[in-house]
Ligand binder design. Structure first.
Ligand code: PGA
Length: 254
């Protein structure tokens, strides 16, 4: 990890479908180049289309997932993997069940671990033993969070439990029957964990993300806006649609 400030590379595309395809291509290129790569994966509404594209590439172009390893960013504390709103369930449903990844090589933190702090320490060790993450996919919260690292998360933070902010609970309530059902605690990779990935690809679509994207790219790196800390990594690409890029004062590459 280098702590020199550098500007994320910007790819600004016409619409969310183009963002999905570009992100899937970036991931597929890595899988073809390095079949035993380690992918860091994200959940939420944003990456669903990219996973759909990857499933299509597996089915139509035989993109081979059999040798790679995955680590997801986070999980709700208290939800088991078969709960429809758990991130393990999300990954099975949107990606893992439809490609030839080896189940034992897919990792999502266990939100029901009896000793959750130990689970967090073990998760870090597993990432390390796998050789570190080659490409980490990220979304961005409307409050600038990355994974469940809410504003104020320290740059050196590691996998740990965190309390979710009211804003995040409200953002995620759309996936639950009511906001009361959204767990208030999660286990998440830390900013320090994420910054150790060799490459980071952040995807964002829609104008609800425009402010968070602008702050992440243009403001000084500050833990109050966790995504701005990505400026302290030398290989970060933001893949955006026009709406999410709408607040930027500079234009990016296509
Ligand atoms: P979303 O969440 O993709 O559901 O908007 C992104 C995030 O919170 O990281």
């Amino acid at each position: 990890m280098t702590l020199q400030r550098s500007r994320p590379r910007l790819m600004i595309l016409d619409d969310p479908g183009a963002v999905d395809r570009r992100v899937a291509e970036l991931i597929a290129d890595l899988i073809r180049e390095k079949p035993e790569c380690v992918l860091g994966l994200a959940t939420g509404g944003t990456p669903v289309g990219a996973y759909r594209e990857l499933v299509g590439m597996h089915q139509q172009q035989s993109l081979d997932f059999s040798r790679l390893t995955t680590f997801n960013l986070d999980e709700y504390v208290g939800l088991s993997g078969d709960h429809p709103q758990s991130y393990r369930y999300f990954m099975q449903h949107h990606l893992f069940d439809h490609v030839n990844v080896q189940p034992s090589r897919t990792h999502v933190p266990n939100g029901r671990a009896r000793d959750i702090d130990r689970e967090a320490r073990e998760y870090e060790k597993k990432i390390d033993s796998a050789g570190g993450i080659d490409l980490q996919l990220l979304g961005i919260g409307s409050n600038g969070h990355i994974a469940f690292n809410e504003p104020g998360s320290p740059i050196e933070s590691r996998t740990r439990t965190v309390e979710l902010t009211a804003e995040t609970i409200e953002d995620n309530a759309r996936f639950f029957e009511t906001a009361d059902e959204v767990p208030g605690t999660a286990i998440t990779m830390g900013i320090g964990t994420i910054l150790e990935s060799k490459r980071i690809v952040l995807m964002a679509t829609g104008d609800a993300k425009a402010d968070a994207v602008r702050t992440a790219v243009e403001d000084d790196p500050d833990p109050i806006n966790p995504a701005s800390l990505l400026q302290l990594h030398s290989n970060v690409t933001f893949v955006l649609d026009r709406a999410a890029a709408g607040g930027l004062s500079t234009s990016g590459s296509r």
